[in-house]
Design a protein. Structure first.
Length: 168
């Protein structure tokens, strides 16, 4: 039985600094969208229209790609301006997730951070978060929507991602 007093909140946990350096980092730069990359949106989860096409409901905020060594390149598409408090909050949310998924979870015994970031694109955590990740893999048959954005409906309001089927 835990007798310590827990006064922290989930927000406190998400704001916490990493306990030890993992060696991984992300740096701002330009992302080549012809190579593997992840797009990050902020807002409502994606939805499917009547034809099955995926519509991102949020605001595109950033692009992420693997960088040299133990780094990632992040290109922010939303700029913070002193008078725009909403943009500052959105950028704070996105930076928090970048730190968490690319750096803090990059510990020995866990999958490589780029592989985990791709995996995260298909998780329920990605659907229910305010920050949504979509992986765009490099390849001859380039997808126009993220690999992770295939959506099926369950019930009235729930969405579940499933990977795109590869045609032979």
């Amino acid at each position: 039985m835990n007798t310590e007093k827990d006064e922290g909140t989930f927000a406190d946990f998400m704001d916490a600094e990493p306990k030890a350096s993992t060696g991984w980092k992300w740096v701002e730069g330009v992302v080549d969208t012809d190579d593997d990359h992840i797009k990050i949106w902020h807002g409502k989860p994606p939805t499917a229209d009547k034809g099955g096409a995926i519509r991102q409901s949020g605001r595109l905020v950033a692009l992420v790609a693997p960088g040299p060594g133990k780094s990632f390149i992040v290109q922010f598409l939303l700029k913070a301006r002193p008078a725009d408090k909403r943009a500052a909050e959105i950028l704070k949310d996105v930076r928090r997730e970048l730190d968490f998924y690319l750096i803090e979870l990059s510990t020995p015994g866990r999958p490589a951070p780029w592989a985990y970031a791709q995996y995260h694109c298909d998780t329920a955590a990605n659907i229910y978060s305010k920050v949504h990740w979509g992986w765009y893999p490099k390849g001859p048959k380039r997808l126009t929507e993220p690999h992770s954005a295939r959506v099926i409906r369950q019930g009235r309001r729930k969405f579940v991602f499933r990977p795109a089927r590869q045609s032979s």
